[in-house]
Design a protein around this ligand. Structure first.
Ligand SMILES: NC(=O)c1ccc[n+]([C@@H]2O[C@H](COP(=O)([O-])OP(=O)(O)OC[C@H]3O[C@@H](n4cnc5c(N)ncnc54)[C@H](OP(=O)(O)O)[C@@H]3O)[C@@H](O)[C@H]2O)c1
Length: 322
């Protein structure tokens, strides 16, 4: 089968090649899927660079999620059937076919198009999981950084549904603004600390901050939190060193935790996962624009797809289709 493959870690534009590889064979608890669409996510680039928690095994087909139709089931699979249309997460989705463990396969409602379904297994479940980890009371205030990202927008919608008050922190040419859930500016400033100080002075401290950026602005996020609240780091968009005094965490009893989708799913009950799926499919059926698509490419169009995915202020995800 045709696939986008890399033989060593590196920058995607340098190491990815389109070539034939043998199709994988599903083991007892896996299914084989004919893939029809796959998004290009920040995590895909980290995986190709060898900087992700899931490590490649060479030669490795790229891609970590997608949507498609099951074409064969392992001997121990009873909950899924050949012909089922499913969203899924596993290594090697930028290929004609991929295998996935049944625990990472999600049946897709018929009204959901491939362009939305192919993005289901990472960002929507992450947004749901982050809010679940926060376990906040109604009307608590949450801060989501990288506020124009897909995850942050999903967070804002889900938070509002739960009666929470979300604030999104966005950057505009190096300056920062804080937006409410309707994307109206509630404060702006030259840097993150200054912007958050204004928000806290006018609207109060946050009860949780959800951050995929990292870097030195972490200190400003911690300073904007109420005592006994929580900062969750879930990305490394800025992976530079941080200087932090223990007293900044200690005196205000702040909890700083990490979140990874796979670790969270591993510890999630089946009941909670089905609630998450039902709520998210309902949300995406009503608001498919929460998972926007900027452009679609064939699997052999690697370079153009990467350029599209890396564009700053991109309006949606680049997809590989068929
Ligand atoms: N831990 C997990 O399991 C998990 C799961 C899903 C996603 N993630 C992470 O969540 C993040 C968002 O994913 P996504 O797919 O929603 O992203 P996305 O839609 O591609 O958007 C990325 C956003 O990040 C912002 N950004 C990039 N570099 C930045 C920096 N140095 N400082 C501040 N903002 C920066 C961009 O801002 P501009 O608009 O200003 O360019 C853009 O809004 C990624 O880091 C991803 O790896 C983690």
């Amino acid at each position: 089968m045709k696939a986008i493959v890399f033989d060593h870690p590196g920058e995607p534009e340098n190491v990815l090649v389109f070539r034939n590889i043998s199709p994988p064979t599903p083991t007892a608890e896996q299914v084989l899927i004919r893939v029809s669409a796959r998004p290009i996510q920040p995590a895909d680039f980290l995986f190709i660079q060898g900087r992700y928690r899931i490590q490649p095994e060479f030669p490795q087909a790229a891609g970590l999620e997608g949507v498609g139709t099951i074409i064969s089931c392992g001997a121990g699979v009873s909950s899924l059937e050949v012909g089922d249309r499913v969203a899924f997460r596993s290594k090697g989705t930028w290929a004609e076919c991929a295998i996935a463990p049944t625990s990472r396969v999600y049946p897709v409602p018929p009204e959901i198009p491939d362009s939305v379904a192919c993005q289901f297994s990472l960002n929507p479940l992450t947004a749901w999981g982050l809010l679940d980890e926060c376990n906040l009371k109604v009307s608590s205030r949450i801060l989501a950084t990288a506020g124009r990202s897909v995850v942050a927008r999903l967070l804002a919608h889900l938070a509002k549904q739960r009666g929470l008050t979300p604030t999104l922190l966005v950057r505009d040419k190096g300056r920062y603004s804080a937006l409410n859930e309707s994307y109206q500016v509630i404060a702006n400033g030259a840097n993150v600390a200054q912007t958050l100080e204004k928000v806290v002075n006018h609207h109060g401290e946050f009860h949780a901050a959800l951050d995929p950026v990292g870097g030195s602005d972490i200190v400003a996020l911690i300073n904007a939190l109420a005592p006994k609240s929580r900062l969750i780091s879930y990305g490394i968009l800025d992976d530079t060193d941080i200087t932090l005094k223990a007293s900044q965490i200690l005196f205000r009893s702040v909890t700083w935790q990490g979140f990874g989708i796979d670790g969270w799913l591993d510890s999630l009950s089946k009941e909670k996962l089905s609630i998450a799926q039902e709520q998210l499919w309902n949300l995406l059926s009503a608001s498919p624009e929460l998972l926007p698509v900027a452009d679609s490419f064939g699997l052999n169009d690697i370079q153009q797809a990467i350029v599209s995915a890396k564009k700053p202020a991109q309006s949606g995800k680049a997809l590989f289709v068929d």
